[in-house]
Design a protein around this ligand. Structure first.
Ligand SMILES: *Cc1c(COP(=O)(O)O)cnc(C)c1O
Length: 390
């Protein structure tokens, strides 16, 4: 058995068309597939209190994950990540800010959550070669888990990807190709290789399991908050897997009766130099047009076009949140302030979420006293650090 007995079917996220389990990519409409579970059966077989005695890692949510229950997962220790308060910055903004510090996961970023799930499923399904277009962190995570699974990994990165990412990919045994272009140009090479039968593409949302791994951010956050949710979540949005995944997680938790109907307002934060989702949000569009000449220091969110654009926009709108763009100076000063005032080293994408929360507060999108969770998606140590200013 490959699949969890609780998994019921796969469903096109645009049309609702159903698919039977198997080696799947996107739907016949070319859109991402949802993994659907028999939630009433899960509710009848596990109580949320039962989780307390389980190891503090992502596998504690096993019933809500796609992998067969009797398979021992390949793992590098996908630990729960802490919620860290920012007392000084909270006081200055008159809100309660906590940071979910995802930099503590294996390979130093939250990409580990998605890739550990995708690689485990790929191995169980007999896939032996995989390729990924990546701004760095996804490639590093795929490389690491690929080695553990005995799967050959090919990473395609924009040539200007941070050096630490390029080196860790090679150190973790993958083939690296630097591409003169953006991540979607890398994606074209990966797609062409897949058509030629050279590998299975594990590009964002082009297979159904990365989102299931990323969804654990929402499960974990709700559990950490005593089965409640914050007022607002600020998510650094590239392909949007985490935002879409958390939104799915909250629905599943409510269906299980583990949380109530309250949802956080979801804020998709992008850099002003690459803000396709923000532009579509402001125009009222369902899909986002590709962003030309994308440029930002926050490489993880330099994604000109996202397959899940409509899912990001839907979650943001349904939640009463917003998509907001922050400029490079705001990212840099948020990066410095989190360190200098509250002792937390963020990554630039994490800093973008702090800049986003500041902007939302200024614009009245966040009320005084609200509880805000920011996602620091990677370790700050992966990046060339800004020169400190007094
Ligand atoms: C991948 C990545 C993001 C964007 O995450 P998505 O879920 O793809 O939107 C943000 N920051 C960092 C550091 C990343 O590696």
């Amino acid at each position: 058995m490959v699949f969890s007995p609780f998994l019921s079917h796969f469903e096109c996220s645009l049309t609702g068309e159903r698919f039977a389990p198997g080696v799947l990519t996107v739907s016949s409409a070319g859109k991402p597939l949802w993994v659907r579970y028999d939630l009433p059966r899960i509710a009848a077989s596990v109580l949320r209190e039962a989780l307390r005695s389980r190891p503090e890692d992502l596998w504690r949510y096993r019933e809500l994950l796609p992998l067969a229950l009797d398979l021992k997962p390949i793992s590098l220790g996908e630990t729960q990540t802490p919620l860290i308060d920012l007392p000084q910055l909270s006081e200055s903004l008159d809100v309660r800010i906590e940071v979910k510090d995802e930099g503590r996961l294996p390979t130093g970023s939250f990409k580990a959550r998605g890739l550990v799930m995708a690689v485990n499923m790929a191995k169980a399904l007999g896939i032996t070669r995989m390729a990924i277009p990546t701004n760095g962190n996804a490639g590093a995570a795929l490389a690491a888990y690929g080695v553990r699974a005995g799967i050959e990994v090919h990473c395609f990165c924009p040539a200007d990807t941070p050096e630490a990412n390029l080196r860790e990919i090679v150190l973790q045994g993958a083939q690296l190709t630097r591409v003169d272009g953006m991540i979607d140009d890398c994606g074209k090479l990966v797609a062409a290789g897949e058509r030629e039968g050279r590998w299975f593409s594990i590009a964002t949302l082009r297979e159904p399991y990365r989102i299931e791994g990323k969804k654990t951010m929402g499960l974990e956050l709700a559990e950490q908050l005593g089965w409640t949710v914050p007022d607002a979540i600020f998510y650094p949005t590239g392909g949007g897997t985490g935002l879409i995944g958390m939104w799915k997680a909250f629905d599943e938790l409510q269906a299980l009766g583990w949380i109530g109907a309250k949802r956080p307002r979801m804020f998709a934060v992008q850099a002003a130099g690459c803000a396709p989702i923000v532009r579509a949000f402001e125009r009222g569009d369902e899909f986002a047009e590709r962003w030309a000449n994308a440029a930002t220091q926050a490489h993880g969110i330099r994604v000109p076009a996202a397959l899940g654009d409509f899912l990001i926009l839907r979650a943001v709108r349904d939640s009463g949140g917003a998509a907001i763009a922050v400029d490079e100076d705001a990212i840099a000063s948020a990066w410095r302030d989190a360190g200098q005032r509250d002792g937390l080293l963020l990554c630039p994408e994490g800093a973008a979420t702090l800049a986003g929360a500041r902007l939302a507060r200024e614009q009245g999108l966040i009320a005084p006293g609200e509880h805000v969770v920011l996602f620091n998606c990677a370790s700050g140590y992966k990046y060339p650090l800004p020169v400190p200013q007094p």
